[in-house]
Ligand binder design. Structure first.
Ligand SMILES: CC(C)=CCC/C(C)=C/CC/C(C)=C/CC/C(C)=C/[C@@H]1[C@@H](COP(=O)(O)OP(=O)(O)O)[C@]1(C)CC/C=C(\C)CC/C=C(\C)CCC=C(C)C
Length: 604
């Protein structure tokens, strides 16, 4: 009896497991726990007979003085624990590295003759050749035996996983495919080298090739760790591939349980890629691209949502962004007004066709004929059937308020935001509505056991939180907005600082905030800072009012909502910090800080 093998776990395998568990705990969903448990079970059940055979046929052995004693089918318990901990560690690393990946965007519609079909075939052939080589080595009954047994044990599963999930294995970012295999493999190579050197486990001569990757690391051991980590990561990728298919195609899978059964997962993977809805995939890719390019905070926050809810929120963002950009980028007020009218007509058609879904033709025709090509998917894939129309129409009213700035043209009395009430109304239109819409999506997917009155109260708090985010947005973008001729600080507030809207815009456009050498500029910057703080104080009063509602939300989306709110509110907190200077006209929060805020919000 000895403790050497147990000590290897204690020193090298358990510490990374603790560190990864600590990092991943807030990010793990029920679905993640389900798949890790599923994978560990398969790994243990599949490896036991093979490992037991290796030990019984003396291909490898454990000196009695390095193991504690108990065995399972001749496998020391330390070894069985290794199957569990290796699968656990590699799985957590994969989950951590692929958290923000939006898997449905990596699905590919394939036609006959598509090059991806050749990739699939090529991979399968390479694996079959590996298997054939394994058989040859086994037949020789000599030094190649251990290598042969590794290949023959692992390749059938690799062929299966490749056949089902080659699109994701090849298409996902390398941080989700290569890195989670390479990091634990290298780590285990180093640990294994030390164990072989110390004699904690021994590979008998006669059945090994005698080739070393580096001193003391046998080629068989190196291949074993590489292959087992590949099995774990490909298993997780196949799981993600199946869930992505279930999430992306409600047409094929109308109802998906929170924890899909293995049978449903396999059914999803067996759906021929020629049956994928290519327009839906392209729309989702475009929406995800738009979100990641235009809003870092919401992109990070979207990683906290999962399944169809995440897809719907991203589609909602895409619609809002497209609508906002059409109006902001218009060459004239008239053109912008035309877009508002067209968007309003679009909503009319959406809610008319909701009554009769077959009547989608006029809607699609209207969108294709009246809107630019790059907006079609965002408009046509907005899931209006689960959103009430009022907030969507109100959003357009907010855009109309923006158009009044164009008319103002240095006439202080015609700027649209004159009082606190105007500010409140504007924020309700452009952002309160978004809070309400986000919550409508959440309640559609996870109704929870919430009464109608409570649901209404939570949606209304969501509206207030939207106003908070918009007020922070205004405080952040004072300079950017002024350069577009817009000033959202109420005229009444400006007046108290002895400023007018037109004068404020003129000063900012003249670069007064960048040149503090003149006394008048420095005094102006001070006044603007006070106004910014006033906006932020106002935002944080509303924040304190609506924040507790988050903790009353159903658990399925509570933490994700907290992340969405907190990662944006952090911009406000950053600006409120003493001595903070707004750079390049915009306050920003460093990337690492956004991730930390998101992680902290999930941990609560
Ligand atoms: C996680 C995820 C993908 C969420 C999607 C959120 C979404 C649909 C946002 C729409 C964004 C948009 C383009 C709206 C048009 C009007 C507008 C410009 C509003 C401003 C957003 C900022 O967007 P921007 O792209 O400029 O972002 P950057 O600053 O450049 O990064 C707004 C500030 C409004 C955003 C408002 C919300 C997301 C609502 C917040 C409220 C909740 C999430 C509900 C909280 C729940 C309770 C119970 C309190």
């Amino acid at each position: 009896m000895g403790y050497d093998y147990a000590l290897v776990h204690l020193k090298f395998n358990i510490p990374p497991a603790i560190a990864l568990s600590f990092l991943c705990r807030p990010l793990l969903t029920r679905l993640d726990l389900y798949r890790i448990s599923f994978l560990i079970t398969i790994a243990v059940l599949y490896t036991i007979p093979w490992d037991s055979y290796l030990i019984r046929t003396k291909i490898w052995s454990y000196p009695q003085d390095v193991i504690i004693g108990p065995t399972l089918y001749d496998i020391p318990l330390e070894e069985v624990f290794f199957f569990v901990i290796q699968t656990y560690n590699t799985s957590l690393l994969y989950l951590l590295l692929s958290k923000t990946t939006l898997h449905p965007t990596y699905l590919r519609y394939e036609e006959k003759g598509d090059k991806w079909r050749y990739y699939k075939l090529f991979g399968q052939m390479a694996l079959v050749l590996g298997f054939k080589r394994g058989l040859e080595l086994l037949k020789q009954e000599n030094e190649g035996t251990y290598m042969a047994l590794i290949l023959l044990w692992a390749i059938p599963i690799l062929v299966l996983l490749w056949g089902l999930a080659y699109q994701f294995i090849l298409g996902l970012p390398l941080t989700s495919t290569l890195l989670p295999i390479a990091l634990p493999t290298l780590y285990l190579w180093v640990v294994d080298t030390m164990a072989l050197q110390r004699g904690t486990w021994v590979i008998e001569s006669g059945t090994k090739l005698g080739i070393h990757v580096w001193p003391h690391l046998e080629i068989e051991e190196a291949v074993f760790f590489l292959i087992t980590n590949t099995l774990v990561v490909w298993g997780l990728i196949a799981f993600d591939n199946a869930v992505a298919i279930l999430d992306a195609f409600p047409f094929h899978f109308p109802k998906v349980p929170a924890l899909p059964s293995p049978v449903l997962l396999v059914r999803a993977l067996l759906l021929p890629s020629a049956a994928y809805d290519s327009a839906r995939i392209a729309g989702l890719q475009e929406a995800a691209n738009r979100l990641s390019l235009k809003s870092r905070s919401f992109w990070v926050a979207s990683g906290a949502f999962y399944g169809r809810l995440r897809v719907d929120l991203i589609m909602l963002y895409s619609y809002c962004r497209v609508a906002d950009d059409l109006i902001d980028d218009a060459q004239s007020t008239d053109e912008a007004k035309t877009w508002v009218k067209k968007l309003s007509r679009f909503l009319d058609l959406c809610y008319e066709s909701k009554v009769n879904d077959q009547n989608i033709g006029p809607l699609a025709r209207f969108v294709v004929e009246q809107f630019p090509k790059n907006t079609h998917a965002a408009l046509l894939q907005l899931p209006t059937n689960r959103l009430s129309p009022e907030p969507l129409y109100d959003l357009l009213k907010g855009f109309e308020m923006d158009l009044q700035f164009q008319k103002s043209d240095n006439d202080d009395s015609s700027y649209p935001i004159k009082t606190d009430d105007d500010l409140d109304l504007y924020c309700q239109y452009v952002a309160g509505t978004i809070g309400q819409l986000c919550l409508e999506h959440c309640f559609y997917h996870y109704p929870g056991k919430v009464s109608e009155a409570e649901r209404k109260s939570l949606i209304s708090a969501g509206g207030t939180m939207g106003k908070v985010l918009q007020t922070i947005n205004i405080a952040r973008d004072i300079e950017v907005d002024a350069s577009l001729g817009r000033i959202y600080i109420p005229t009444a507030w400006l007046k108290k600082e002895k400023l007018t809207p037109a004068e404020t815009i003129k000063m900012i456009k003249s670069g007064a905030l960048r040149d503090s050498s003149k006394d008048s500029n420095a005094a102006f910057a001070e006044r603007l800072d006070r106004l910014r703080m006033k906006l932020l104080d106002h935002a944080f009063v509303l924040y304190e009012e609506s924040r507790p509602a988050i903790e009353r939300l159903p658990t399925e989306f509570r933490a994700s909502m907290r992340v969405t709110v907190e990662s944006y509110v952090e911009i406000g907190r950053t600006m409120r910090r003493k001595g903070y200077v707004v750079k390049r006209g915009r306050a920003t929060v460093p990337k690492w800080r956004r991730f930390f805020v998101a992680w902290k919000a999930l941990s609560q």
